[in-house]
Write a protein of this length. Structure first.
Length: 95
């Protein structure tokens, strides 16, 4: 299993638009082949700090997801909603 966490800080004035925008990504990504878990959660400690959590069956599923229209659109549009950099953490269980 491959786990990907994406940390984002959303501009306060863009929060509501971001929630609609990311909901589309989440709903479509959950249907992608090999998606075991996919959601966007908000930090309890820092308002407007979000984590997209992805669990994938294997690297082939990640590769296929990376070519979907919904992810490509998300990557092309996300910068208008966020402050600072995206932090991507990709991990797997030790072999």
């Amino acid at each position: 299993m491959i786990i990907i966490n994406v940390l984002l800080t959303v501009a306060p004035e863009k929060r509501e638009d971001f929630l609609v925008f990311v909901e589309n990504l989440v709903n479509k990504s959950r249907q992608d082949e090999g998606a075991l878990f996919y959601d966007c959660l908000e930090s309890l400690d820092t308002k407007n700090r979000f984590m997209i959590i992805e669990n994938w069956r294997d690297q082939a599923a990640v590769d296929k997801h990376n070519q979907t229209d919904h992810l490509i659109n998300f990557l092309n549009e996300i910068d208008q909603y966020i402050i600072g950099e995206k932090v991507v953490q990709k991990v797997a269980y030790p072999a």
